[in-house]
Design a protein around this ligand. Structure first.
Ligand code: MG
Length: 388
């Protein structure tokens, strides 16, 4: 059984991100940043306990973020980061873990490999920190003018987690309790003369400081190979409308002359309805009837563009992306193929998608069934979306 503890430091107020809510509680891909930063530790076999150091003023946010996680009681943080870490360490004195990993809540994309690398490196030194080598050429500048080029050899960017022997780092933190500000725990260890080694971190383990960092983290979540399939959703939709008297039908936003019309509460755009349901299905957001009840007079003769735009907006609100849509229209007449290009253009305008991400095709049912008898038109659709 592992005797290693983890402390997640989340007491800061994160004022630089331009949000009322402290950044560690902002939802990143639907999961609060602090909770994301914690999951890799609670799920790691080398970590036996996790403690959060928070600001108790954020108690409600904390409780929302902690739901269902196996955590030790939270600890009230201090004024400076190093005060918060020291208070977190003091809370573990009775538990007396062998080693402790200290991690910043602002690094929510930490992975199991990085945690393992730090724990493994602690076999050869009292301290070990996740870090990545500096690959950019470094310039020292003044007023925008380069003064000189620095040698980047031997330079690393420090990340967290930073791991230490528990007794040693507790002692080191107590020793600097009244000293000037130190930006990470490795600096505290250096002051105490502890040996600290580097363990290879990950470029994805970025620190969220600005709004731009936040968007970068969202992008990584959406494209990272380990999470791509987790965020990939496929939804399907199906719809039928009956023929009635009329002189045209509207399919995928295009009015097509015909000797019949389509019956429906709205404009009966069967293609758009099937696709709306496919997108709602991929989101797990029920169906078109739930969002736009036929009993509601507002949707009488409505342009179905309203429904499809609504579904696309729900994807955008969750910071997702529609990757591809595919619609099959099923009827004997009218001939739909000649209208395919204008349908794709229209759907692309509504969804904000290029035409190579939209497929619309038409088929018959060989005169079989209700579509074969010319009683109505059916449509089926699939939508592939990515959610962060
Ligand atoms: Mg319908």
């Amino acid at each position: 059984m592992s005797r290693n503890a983890a402390i997640i430091v989340a007491a800061g107020c994160g004022s630089r991100i331009g949000s009322d809510m402290p950044k560690q509680y902002l939802p990143l891909g639907g999961i609060p940043v602090l909770r994301r930063a914690t999951l890799a530790f609670t799920e790691h076999p080398g970590i036996a306990s996790v403690t959060w150091v928070i600001n108790f003023d954020d108690r409600d946010l904390y409780e929302e973020s902690a739901g269902g996680l196996d955590l030790l009681p939270p600890v009230q943080g201090g004024v400076r980061r190093q005060d918060s870490v020291r208070l977190g360490l003091e809370s573990l004195v009775e538990l007396a873990p062998d080693k402790v990993l200290i991690h910043d809540a602002a690094r929510p994309l930490v992975d199991a490999d990085t945690i393992t690398a730090v724990i493994t490196a602690l076999d050869k030194a009292t301290g070990a920190i996740a870090a990545v080598p500096v690959t950019d050429t470094l310039k020292r500048a003044s007023d925008g003018y380069i003064e000189n080029t620095l040698n980047r050899g031997g330079l690393w960017r420090a990340q967290t987690p930073q791991g230490f022997g528990f007794a040693e780092i507790l002692e080191a933190h107590r020793a600097v309790a009244n000293s000037s500000e130190l930006t990470d725990d490795a600096a505290v260890a250096e002051q105490a003369g502890l040996d600290v080694v580097l363990a290879l971190g990950s470029e994805n383990n970025l620190k969220i400081t600005t709004q731009e960092d936040f968007h970068r983290a969202e992008k990584i979540l959406m494209t990272d190979s380990t999470t791509t399939t987790a965020g990939l959703r496929v939804g399907s939709g199906f719809d039928v409308h009956r023929f009635t008297d009329g002189d045209h039908i509207t399919i995928c936003g295009v009015a097509i002359p015909h000797d019949r019309g389509l019956a429906g509460h709205s404009d009966a755009d069967v293609g758009m309805h099937a696709l709306t349901d496919a997108i709602l299905g991929a989101l797990g957001e029920s169906d078109i009837g739930q969002h736009f009840p036929p009993s509601d007079a507002r949707w009488k003769d409505a342009n179905s563009e309203i429904f499809l735009s609504h579904a696309a907006r729900l994807v955008a609100e969750r910071r997702g992306r529609i990757n591809y849509v595919d619609i099959t229209l099923i009827c004997e007449a009218p001939k739909l193929a000649p209208h395919r290009t204008s349908m794709i253009t229209r759907m692309g305008d509504i969804l904000g998608l290029p035409s190579d991400r939209i497929s619309i095709k038409a088929t018959t049912t060989e005169k079989l069934g209700f579509t074969g008898r010319g009683e109505g038109i059916a449509a089926q659709a699939t939508a592939t979306i990515s959610l962060p």
